[in-house]
Design a protein around this ligand. Structure first.
Ligand code: PEP
Ligand code: CO
Length: 425
């Protein structure tokens, strides 16, 4: 830990303050937050194709969302540090053998052997280093390597044909292309020079000693900044009174996220907002709710009401992934009879749709989404325009933890949100 405390920070306090201002705008409905990436990054996938593909899908989604919402989009990746995983069970049993659960590459490794599952402190340093490598590449891509992605003509939109909404999707894409060309004509310059998208980083602040090692004071600014990431969040399992996480997060000046789930009571949420945002600072607190499509209708309203009563400007964001995880058993194909963790595109969308509606009725604003996604062509979630089914899951299931939307499903989700927020149902 001493090593990490001496090494340079990964992000700066100026960037953190800038993100906080932008999140305050989103809380007021003036911007929209897109937060997305892997459930868990892995050391092995700290490579150019993976990072570039993730950045590409986030950038494309942000253009689609900006077009639909008519708001500037804040792009926050679950990357450059998303290496630690909370687990429901501390152990995993396979064929009668019980080993410690995989807790993310920053703790132990995913292979099912005692040696791999034994925590190794050297992984903390490797996690810090890989975060720095990831961020270095992201900054370079954002600064210059991404120009052509601003034009939908260059996107992979083959899947659009398979959707009953093909005509609508086409219209969205054509209209983005037209707007960008118009903007370029007016400005006499390429759009990537006019509208550079800033990417911010985020991860679950789970391993507090790691977070603490990068938490510092900086000249000319008040408070302590966690400089391992712009936007750390507290997971649903550690947002409790007895965990040390709330206490640690209370002391840092970053904008912070808190996951809110079906077990969060209104009283507990009132305590969380009071504890984590005593100064009532817009942009400080983002509440990321994740109930599941079947629970959101009964869970969200009382929580919205209690926050309204607290008279704080929090940013509400919807994570439609973590409440919709289910286990299926494919009846045919290579994985027939096996238990497979997946999520249905239709459930993810249904939770999001309800979230927009419930906030609208309550007079609050859904100002962001939080998605687990990848820029690659994986088969981990079911549904979407191509109609992936249980049988397809075995084809390219690569996630080490939770199932992610693939490139096409993620872009389609952005189009559906854009379609909804632009008034078409
Ligand atoms: C996650 O975001 O990967 C996660 C574990 O979420 P939650 O804390 O909401 O379960
Ligand atoms: Co996850």
């Amino acid at each position: 830990m001493r090593d990490i405390a001496q090494l340079p920070p990964l992000v700066t306090s100026g960037e953190i303050e800038s993100l906080k201002r932008q999140l305050a705008d989103a809380a007021r409905g003036e911007r929209f937050l897109l937060q997305g990436g892997d459930c868990a990054e892995s050391f092995d996938q700290c490579d150019s194709p993976h990072i570039a593909a993730l950045l590409k899908i986030l950038l494309q989604m942000s253009l689609v969302l900006a077009h639909g919402t008519r708001k500037r989009v804040i792009c926050v990746g679950r990357f450059a540090g998303q290496y630690a995983k909370p687990r429901t069970s501390p152990v995993e049993t396979r064929d009668g053998v019980t080993l410690p659960a995989y807790r993310g590459d920053i703790v132990n490794r995913v292979g099912f052997e005692a040696r791999e599952r034994t925590p190794d402190p050297a992984n903390l340093l490797r996690g810090y280093e890989r975060s720095a490598l990831t961020l270095n590449f992201i900054r370079a891509l954002v600064d210059g390597g991404f120009a052509d992605l601003h034009h939908p003509e260059q996107w992979d939109l083959d899947f659009v044909r398979h959707s009953p909404l093909a005509a609508d999707y086409r219209k969205i894409v054509d209209s983005i292309g037209d707007s960008l060309r118009f903007l370029e004509t007016l400005a006499g310059t390429r759009v990537d020079q006019i509208n550079r998208v800033d990417f911010f980083t985020s991860h679950e602040g789970l391993i507090l000693l790691y977070e603490q090692a990068q938490t510092r004071q900086v000249p000319h600014r008040k408070g302590w900044f966690n400089l391992s990431t712009h936007f750390p969040w507290i997971g649903v399992r550690t947002a409790t009174r007895d965990a040390a996480h709330v206490e640690f997060f209370r002391g840092i000046a970053n904008p912070i996220g808190v996951k809110v789930g079906p077990d969060t009571t209104p009283e507990h949420l009132a305590w969380l907002v009071e504890t984590l945002d005593p100064a009532r600072e817009p942009g400080r607190l983002t509440l990321i709710h994740r109930f599941g499509a079947h629970n959101i209708a009964k869970c969200l309203r009382p929580l919205v009401e209690v926050v309204k009563r607290s008279e704080r400007t929090v940013l509400w964001s919807c994570d439609p992934m973590h409440g919709n995880t289910e286990t299926v058993v494919p009846s045919e194909g290579p994985w027939a009879g096996r238990l497979v963790k997946t999520r249905k595109f239709a459930h993810v969308l249904a939770e999001l749709e309800q979230a927009f509606e419930i906030h609208r009725e309550a007079g609050t604003i859904l100002g962001g989404v939080h998605l687990e996604l990848t820029g690659e062509n994986v088969t981990e979630c079911i549904g979407g325009a191509r109609g992936l089914s249980e049988v397809d899951l075995s084809r390219s299931y690569r996630s080490q933890v939770d199932p992610r939307l693939n490139y096409e499903q993620a872009l389609e989700m952005a189009m559906l949100i854009a379609r909804r927020t632009s008034g078409k149902r």
